[in-house]
Design a binder for this molecule. Structure first.
Ligand SMILES: Cc1cc2nc3c(=O)[nH]c(=O)nc-3n(C[C@H](O)[C@H](O)[C@H](O)COP(=O)(O)OP(=O)(O)OC[C@H]3O[C@@H](n4cnc5c(N)ncnc54)[C@H](O)[C@@H]3O)c2cc1C
Length: 499
């Protein structure tokens, strides 16, 4: 059986030019791959028991192997690489597709039989939070039938399984947006956003899901908790409070109420070149007013962004324009701002027009298409991100790069690492690292693990978060300090079957 495991089935943009540019920089590929989890015909899944026949019959649980495998993994690189190597840990025993009428009775029946559950949204998470824990049988609860959307005055109530693109399509027709645009927007769901603490690309203006979500309805093993729908309250801890970033461990989110905003009448696009990434960091730190989107790329990512797509006419013209202005290397900052041009003095910057920001917007959900090409050619692309205060960011950035180079020396792989600032706050920012490596097949898993471990430890050494928006899961839990681990365990619902 062959199961496609790469992210983004419908990415239509051709990334060949970028692919060629990247691979020249990285070096030789490892072993090519078709992007499928190829399971041998005699594959025996690792799980600890069986879902009783009468429960399967009464609830309509799917026990197909393909369903079970897909629902036990997200889109992180360690999970995809494990599939390339034909390795799968524990998988769920079955998948339930409930609707609002059947969820509570089905879950009750599962719990009576001693089964555990893991909620499932769009399966786009990159933290290992869909892996079931060994030692008991677990059922994945796929929320796709929770698809209602009800638009109110400056808020929307959406079923947990509504994807970002379906939500925005409905809101845009009514003249609204909820302002959460993660790159995974076409696949990820509003329930998944809450459970991972997602942050969209326009968070400087709208905030992340922590700021946008107003209330939820949560099904726990001891009943339903319905948050009141009010603009704000101080009446103690809410279901939303305990579910933000919970990875589904506090219960099943069935509905989410989100703020809505009038869609912007106009967007303005700008770009600036700084002599160095650190010059750009200083300028952003001094900026009083935050634009809707601001992405400052380091020198490697800048070169990649403006030199790689040789086939694109607009980009060719832009490069000609940069040559005339005597810039084209350094660190690029692209800015998109709603309603009015962004007029901040960027000390030490050269203004470079709107084209790069427009090109970013054109491809804002398509870039994983490049990752797919790299995977298939035998490379391992990956991303890790963190947030830190302004004063810690320069040292953190340097330490991550040094740590990557150190691991590279130690493990002898080919690879490149680059970064950009993706989300701004008054006190600091989120810095997002992209790295690609290649090595011999049998060393791929240990090499990726070592590169990731070195990077996350550099985050922590420099007072960064384990993750800014990718959420908690098996891949990050080992880095959580004991106090916060204890706190998460205290609010964990006994029905939760995740790691
Ligand atoms: C290419 C790519 C780009 C990405 N870009 C971004 C980005 O820009 N910003 C960002 O924040 N993240 C990003 N992500 C990560 C991911 O898309 C987010 O974490 C997203 O919020 C996951 O939503 P999902 O619906 O796919 O959740 P899933 O992957 O299905 O689940 C994630 C976790 O949430 C839990 N969960 C899901 N639904 C529910 C529910 N109804 N009730 C309780 N728990 C639930 C699951 O049990 C699991 O622990 C990206 C991922 C990829 C692959």
């Amino acid at each position: 059986m062959s199961i496609s495991v790469l992210y983004g089935r419908d990415i239509s943009r051709d990334f060949t030019a970028e692919f060629n540019f990247a691979t020249r920089r990285i070096g030789r590929p490892g072993t090519a791959w078709d992007g499928n989890f190829n399971l041998p015909s005699d594959y025996v899944p690792k799980d600890s028991g069986q879902i009783p026949e009468n429960v399967v019959a009464a609830t309509g649980i799917s026990t197909s192997l393909e369903d079970r495998v897909i629902h036990s993994m997200g889109k992180s690189s360690p999970e995809i690489l494990a599939a390339k190597h034909g390795v799968m840990g524990q998988i769920v025993g079955g998948v339930l597709y409930p609707d609002a009428g059947s969820l509570e009775s089905s879950v009750r029946m599962l719990l009576e039989k001693g089964l555990k559950v893991i909620p499932y949204g769009g399966g786009s998470s990159v933290n290992g939070s869909l892996m079931p824990e060994a030692g008991h049988e677990t059922v994945s609860i796929d929320m796709k039938n929770f698809s209602s959307i009800s638009i109110g005055k400056n808020f929307v109530r959406a079923g947990a399984g509504v994807t970002g693109s379906d939500l925005e399509a409905a809101l845009w027709k009514a003249g609204y947006t909820c302002g959460n645009f993660p790159e995974s927007f076409r696949y990820s769901t509003v329930g998944g956003w809450v459970a991972t603490g997602a942050v969209g690309q326009e968070s400087n203006q709208y905030g992340g899901i922590r700021e946008i979500a107003l209330s939820i309805s949560l099904l726990t093993s001891s009943g339903r908790i319905e948050d009141i729908n009010v603009p704000s309250q101080s009446a103690g801890t809410t279901a939303l409070d305990i579910s933000l970033g919970s990875a589904g461990s506090t219960g099943i989110i069935t509905d989410v109420t989100l703020k809505t905003f009038r869609i912007p009448r106009r967007r303005y696009y700008h770009s600036y070149f700084f002599r160095s990434f650190e010059d750009g960091l200083r300028a952003l730190q001094e900026s009083e007013k935050l634009p809707t989107v601001a992405r400052l790329s380091d020198e490697t990512e800048t070169e990649f962004a403006i030199r790689s797509n040789s086939a694109d006419t607009v980009q060719k013209l832009f490069r000609g324009y940069l040559d005339i202005r005597g810039v084209g290397s350094g660190a690029i900052l692209i800015v998109v701002n709603n309603e009015e041009p962004w007029k901040m003095g960027m000390s030490g910057a050269v203004y470079a027009g709107g084209i790069p920001a427009k090109m970013w917007e054109r491809d804002r959900y398509l870039r994983p298409g490049l990752a797919n090409l790299l995977w298939k050619a035998g490379y391992i692309p990956d991303t890790l991100e963190t947030a830190a205060n302004w004063e810690n960011l320069p040292a953190l950035y340097r330490d991550v790069k040094e740590s990557f180079d150190e691991t590279k020396k130690q493990y002898g792989f080919n690879g490149v690492i680059m970064a950009h600032i993706s989300h701004l706050y008054r006190s600091g920012a989120c810095i997002y690292f992209t790295f690609v490596l290649s090595t011999e097949f049998k060393r791929e898993m240990e090499t990726l693990e070592a590169a990731r471990d070195g990077i996350i430890k550099a985050f922590l050494r420099n007072h960064g978060a384990i993750t800014h928006h990718h959420g908690m899961g098996a891949l990050f839990r080992p880095y959580l300090d004991s106090q916060h681990l204890d706190l998460m365990n205290r609010i964990r619902d006994p029905m939760y079957g995740g790691v």
